[in-house]
Design a protein around this ligand. Structure first.
Ligand SMILES: Cc1cc2nc3c(=O)[nH]c(=O)nc-3n(C[C@H](O)[C@H](O)[C@H](O)COP(=O)(O)OP(=O)(O)OC[C@H]3O[C@@H](n4cnc5c(N)ncnc54)[C@H](O)[C@@H]3O)c2cc1C
Length: 383
């Protein structure tokens, strides 16, 4: 009998387990993988704010390099700064292991090669089936990634929409258009609201593409366009990212769904590390309260907190739906006006100048205003 069972040892599950173990509750972390964090399915970018606002100080053992922000590159090659908030290219497997080890150091029981096959209500708590055995717990945290069995078995899933992300890893010298200090996000109508990316990572570089598209074909085409020889790749990485998940709730008495399992990613950029850390931490804190007060209903606070958070702001999905309709011509035209600038440079004077030079852009004025609010929102909580 455990106080809590966390299913999934990614960043979300690791963070939830840390809160529970630190508070002295008997916690098990189950993951079907043999080794936590492997194989990696990530481009490994996270903001400094995402780490620090969740109480994590960057550590040499999992930081590959620091970056100064991210740039958006239009089909024409012109670009503007999406953010100048600093961040990191991390070593995801080492990062995931470090988070989980923090919980283990506080007494959590980590079980790898443990595939959960079912959960059911039992004696006011839960019975969890894994590897043909069962264990009981008062609280379950579903941190089992984008195909979450826990969310489905708890009956919370209404609709799941995912996008595909595909990427190659190269040595630094094999990527000619690298910006060593920034993550580059290449937009085009070809990515249907998604994007291609070049993320420097110390001596390595992650190059990929994601969206409601054929990620493999898009990555190959992107590499060809920029003279990156795919025969020189050192690793291939692929996976799915929640795009728009509709869960009736992210919690129920004695249970919470965190990170990718709950579709808690930023639809604007597919980033899920920071949302995973945040949601895992909040779910862990709510679970500590629920166990301490012997009140499983206290888990419902997690649902309320997450829905009020910027991560699930409907503006983000609305905006990405609009971007899906933008042509390369529109993206080029806007980026031409912002070339080399921060989007924060958009003020009344710049807007007037653009309106005089390109009056037809006024048709999109509402979208542009909402895009600025979206970028503000993303900047406020770190990418
Ligand atoms: C190609 C790609 C690039 C990406 N790049 C970035 C990026 O640069 N920055 C960023 O912020 N995000 C990125 N993401 C998204 C990010 O990787 C995820 O949002 C993040 O991993 C979510 O963490 P999580 O802990 O919720 O889930 P996961 O990391 O998926 O962890 C879930 C864990 O649950 C385990 N599990 C699943 N089912 C079971 C089961 N039945 N029993 C036991 N264990 C189970 C899995 O083995 C896994 O270890 C990328 C995703 C992809 C696919």
């Amino acid at each position: 009998m455990f106080d809590a069972v966390v299913v999934g040892a990614g960043p979300s599950g690791g963070m939830a387990a840390r809160q529970l173990a630190a508070a002295g509750f008997r916690t098990a972390i189950l993951d079907k993988k043999k080794v936590v964090g492997e194989p990696v399915q990530c481009a490994e970018g996270v903001s400094e704010f995402g780490l620090e606002s969740n109480g994590l100080r960057p550590r040499e053992e999992w930081i590959a390099q620091r970056v100064s922000g991210a740039k958006c590159v239009a089909p024409s090659g012109n670009w503007f700064y999406i953010t100048r908030l600093p961040g990191y290219a991390i070593d995801r497997p080492a990062f995931d292991r470090w988070i989980v080890e923090g919980a283990v150091d506080d007494g959590a029981d980590l079980r790898t090669s443990a595939r959960v096959t079912g959960i059911s209500r039992h004696d006011g708590g839960w019975r969890i089936e894994a590897n043909g055995e069962s264990m009981d717990a008062r609280i379950v945290i579903g941190a089992d990634g984008p195909a979450s069995l826990i969310a489905r078995q708890a009956g919370l899933v209404r609709r799941l929409e995912k996008i595909v992300a595909y990427e190659y890893r190269f040595r630094r010298e094999d990527v000619p258009i690298l910006d060593p200090d920034f993550f580059l996000l290449f937009v085009s109508q070809a990515y249907e609201g998604g994007y291609a990316w070049i993320f420097p990572k110390g001596e390595d570089v992650n190059v990929g593409a994601g969206g409601p598209i054929d990620g493999h074909a898009a990555t190959v085409a992107f590499c060809r366009k920029f003279g990156i020889d795919i025969a020189r790749r050192t690793q291939t990485i692929a996976g799915s990212i929640p795009y728009r998940y509709d869960l009736s709730a992210l919690a129920m008495p004695g249970l919470a769904i965190v990170g990718d399992a709950g579709g808690i990613t930023n639809p604007m950029n597919g980033a899920g590390i920071h949302p995973g850390l945040f949601s895992g931490r909040i779910a862990g804190e709510c679970a500590v309260g629920a166990l301490g007060n012997e009140d499983p209903n206290a888990m419902m606070a997690y649902d309320r907190i997450l829905r009020a958070s910027p991560f699930l702001d409907p503006l983000l999905s609305w905006m990405i739906d609009r971007v899906r309709t933008w042509s390369d011509g529109l993206m080029d035209s806007v980026t031409e006006e912002l070339q080399g600038l921060d989007w924060r440079a958009v003020d009344a004077r710049l807007s007037l100048r653009v309106a005089l030079r390109k009056p037809w852009l006024a048709l999109h004025a509402r979208d542009f205003l909402r895009m600025i609010r979206t970028l503000e929102l993303c900047d406020r909580y770190g990418w």
